[in-house]
Write a protein that binds this ligand. Structure first.
Ligand SMILES: [Zn+2]
Length: 238
């Protein structure tokens, strides 16, 4: 097991990352700060944190045991056999080819940290990506550590949530609770609203990837993790 090493808290003390929500949605949630800096600046701060911060963290998956891993693997193999499995968009051809076995190994005997270690090869990642700003397509470099961190956390958590919800349904458990598997150094603004929320197990099971996959997805749907960078996972509610 990799030793847990926390980031330097002081690095974050001057940074306020508020939200990637639209102003309208943020206002509804009471999260808009009218006197704050413009959103573009917040986005830069957010990128700054991710590009410069290298840290290890460990999620607390309360029921990551043999039984849950079995459910995770069954669910994973079903998506792999679907003909259209999700692949991280920043993965290179080599990364896409390697990913299924690496994910399989993490599900069977590892966790998000072992997946991160396995994915930490520059050959697995595209060097650049395109994005659109102000209506213009631009290119930027992909930061290896940021890309690995995001995909390993979100994919392992995605399969944990999928597998555990299936298990809970089989056990007749109807409700689950969202909790932070790890105290994040930063998190999307909407995450604060999800802490401790109770959901239908079946809703979360069916919400698997529907926000973003298959494309274009449904942004209004409920999926856990809620968004990239989200450290929320679920626990059973008896
Ligand atoms: Zn979250």
């Amino acid at each position: 097991m990799t030793e847990q090493v926390r980031g330097t808290p002081s690095h974050y003390s001057t940074i306020t990352y508020r939200s990637t929500l639209s102003p309208c949605a943020a206002r509804k949630m009471g999260k808009i700060h009218r006197s704050g800096p413009p959103r573009r600046l917040l986005t830069r701060e957010y990128l700054h944190v991710n590009v410069n911060e290298r840290y290890l963290e460990m999620m607390n998956f309360e029921e990551l045991n043999e039984k849950t891993r079995g459910y995770m693997l069954t669910e994973f193999e079903a998506e792999e056999a679907s003909g259209n499995p999700y692949r991280g968009e920043r993965l290179s051809a080599a990364g896409r080819a390697a990913f299924p076995d690496l994910m399989r190994q993490a599900i069977q005997t590892g966790n998000e940290q072992s997946l991160r270690s396995a994915l930490m090869k520059s050959a697995y990642w595209n060097p650049t990506e395109t994005y659109v700003r102000d209506g213009i397509a631009r290119t930027r470099n992909i930061n290896l550590h940021q890309a690995v961190e995001q995909l390993s956390l979100s994919e392992f958590n995605t399969w944990y949530v999928r597998g555990l919800t299936k298990r809970l349904m089989d056990e007749g458990v109807r409700s689950c609770q969202a909790y932070r598997g790890e105290t994040p150094k930063w998190e999307p603004g909407e995450c604060a609203a999800h802490e401790g929320q109770i959901f239908s197990v079946e809703d979360i099971y069916k919400g698997h990837r529907v926000k973003y996959w298959p494309k274009p997805g449904n942004p209004d749907a409920l999926s856990i993790p809620f968004t990239p960078g989200c450290h929320h996972t679920i626990r059973r509610v008896e």
